[in-house]
Design a binder for this molecule. Sequence first.
Ligand code: MGD
Ligand code: MGD
Ligand code: SF4
Ligand code: MO
Length: 743
Amino acid sequence: MSERTAYRVCPLCEAGCGLEIAVSENGVEKIRGNRQHPMSKGFCCPKGIALKQLHEDPDRLRPPMIRENGQFRAASWDEALSLVERKLADIRQTHGNDAVAVYLGNPNTHTMAGGLFIRPLIKALRTKNFYTASTVDQMPKMAACGLLYGSPMRIPIPDIDHTDLFVVFGANPFVSNGSLMTAPDMPGRIRALQERGGKMIVIDPLRTRTAQAADRHLFIRPGTDVYMLLAMVNRLFAEGLVNTGHLETFIDDVQALRETVAPFTPEAAARMCGIEADAIVQLTREIAAAKKCAVYGRMGTSTVRYGTVSSWLVEVINILTGNLDRQGGTGFCRPAHVPDGSIPKGYSVGRWRSRVSQAAEVSGELPVAVLSEEMETPGKGQIRALLTVAGNPVLAIPESDRLDAALAGLDFMISVDYYINETTRQADVILPPASILCHGHYDFFFHALAVRNFACYSPPVFEKGADEKDKWEIMANLALIAAGKGSDASPERLEEKMLDDLAAGVIKAMGGEEKSGVKKEMLIAPLSGNKGPERLLDFLLRIGPYGDGFGMKPDGINFKTLTKNPHGIDFGPLKPMIKHALANPDGKIHLFPEDMTPDLEELRQAIEGTGGEPGRYLLIGRRHLRTNNSWMHNIEALSANNPCTLLMHPDDAGRLELENGDSAQITSDVATIAAPVEITDAIMPGVVSLPHGWGHDKDGIQLSVAGKNSGVNTNRLTPAVTERIAGTAVLNGIPVTVASAAE
Ligand SMILES: Nc1nc2c(c(=O)[nH]1)N[C@H]1C(S)=C(S)[C@@H](COP(=O)(O)OP(=O)(O)OC[C@H]3O[C@@H](n4cnc5c(=O)[nH]c(N)nc54)[C@H](O)[C@@H]3O)O[C@H]1N2
Ligand SMILES: Nc1nc2c(c(=O)[nH]1)N[C@H]1C(S)=C(S)[C@@H](COP(=O)(O)OP(=O)(O)OC[C@H]3O[C@@H](n4cnc5c(=O)[nH]c(N)nc54)[C@H](O)[C@@H]3O)O[C@H]1N2
Ligand code: SF4
Ligand SMILES: [Mo]
């Protein structure tokens, strides 16, 4: 093979940077940012460059693994899949469909397989025990947007490229590279904002890299943003600053909202948040005065006690100031693969409940915080088997020790994963996909969450080996097994069925075969790309908003157009589209959903108090640039300089007589762990911070690099407490005591 350059979008985080990969006969020579990629323009981070090491990692599994007598051995795909088929059938027959649970981890959102094949898999399994990492993440924002706009897919994105004022609650995009806001090169974009005279204001208990670059940073006591946001809405009404402009005809319930927020004064918020009342008032006035402003909240306003209410209030401020759906405010995406009008209309939570503690369903799933109890508690519907796909819940979700023990008690566990890690070490079968560079890539999720309308397809950099499987093939195999079609059914059977269903839908929308004269074959025959996700993508692109409509719009795009544009196609900035975006059946914004009321009542009763608990610290998380949740610590180039330390303010450390590097004992309501202290005035007094994704010290894992610098698992400390509406785990603001471990 001669030297060549491959263009590939990085699938590791939501930024989706374009990469330029120099390939020789020896494999990957070098990776760097692709300057021709219109979104990232050459920007990339150390993780993208480390795709080479990920591809080459000797610990990455190649053949499937079967565990026997506590030992893993390599197996053929036939053997592994027929074992899965046999065991799943047994368990479902004896204990019912709900006895099989599924947990989907974050990387599913970064694969074509995840974008297309999750739905058929879950449908075929017919289990109500469906869990994902969303309920330790963004579910509150999805629920808030679902209730406001009618669909959890309608999440407004801050238009940071055109805004004058960017207000950030609880996000660190300089390090996370942005979330629910695909915008590669945040530092560059914020520099551009400041150069055109705009400002960024950050509200965070930690002076993060984002906060350092901000024009103003306000420390806030963890978990109390809800009070500040309520006070801001209170001020908007009280000072006559509400100006909904073009949104006016779309909103209702304004008066009810005004009355509800009346008791939440800046003074009350100040006590709770540790921010002066004047600062809250001033910020509110600045937002109202700005020509274009985008208020944005992320992990720090999601994974907290009042996550959904906080996420809702962020939207409320954008709506009341007329910034929603406005250039330079926040806007909705119109992605190339989502046909206009195809998003289901109407949203509610709690359509069904979990068996043990009656936790409410949210966006079709149950909260991960109840996963352990559903495995532990005997009775009809108890979980006996678990399928994990691209997830590491033993490190990611609350009460890790409990989950770890519950996994050991399962009858059967299947993991689709590259590694034997803290979770998959307990699996009976591990099904590893081919290397990350051997799959085609298209961002089904993040093209719908980007600051510009954009589409890019990356072909595989290398062909997978003959005995390897693509991610979609594994998902399709599992779906076919679950549907009773057998472990030897070809994955293409599912793909063909899905194409058939898509074609049937289009023909139905055209009034039927007879009226339209269109037959299914006429829609399927012209599709290009490999069988599998590419042909499905081609179909969606053709019927999408920029599509060729199967020849009806000759200027439109299809899959071939994307392959001819290896750096992607930019459809321009987000455009106002409120009428089209709203997915409530009545076509309105439901400004004040009644689901908020119980939490607001609880908050009203608490406003006399002060945030925090005397004698206890509030524990928050953090991310480092060279990490990706739990799973990239096995790469030498990334794992150095990644301190898994407990950040603590000098005043607090002094009181406890702790010095830099001393081991501190941290105790929550559910566990005690120890970590070295790192003293810094970047953290608010009374708050401590540990990163998540660490704790690679379990027996039986096969992560030779990560094991050398194992760190501790902060989620051993996390109680299974959830916020009420979206059932999302409270990961930030956990009360803990800290003491010197030497004592
Ligand atoms: N390098 C790197 N990048 C990543 C990841 C990674 O692990 N490493 N993970 C990816 C994933 S899965 C996600 S979801 C995104 C997350 O993306 P972000 O949300 O941007 O990332 P976090 O670092 O979690 O930022 C949350 C911030 O909230 C602050 N915070 C904590 N509690 C509170 C609070 O109560 N109020 C306020 N106002 N702030 C609070 C924290 O100090 C932190 O700075 O990052 C993605 N990108
Ligand atoms: N305390 C605390 N806990 C947190 C957070 C926090 O901020 N604080 N953040 C939460 C958030 S936002 C998230 S998203 C979760 C993440 O939690 P998870 O998604 O459960 O875990 P990850 O660490 O992302 O692990 C991903 C797994 O997928 C595998 N993998 C990677 N790519 C692929 C692929 O393409 N296919 C397959 N089959 N496997 C793949 C990796 O080897 C790894 O085992 O953690 C959550 N937990
Ligand atoms: S910022 Fe995210 S998408 Fe860009 S190179 Fe780094 S990990 Fe990849
Ligand atoms: Mo996440």
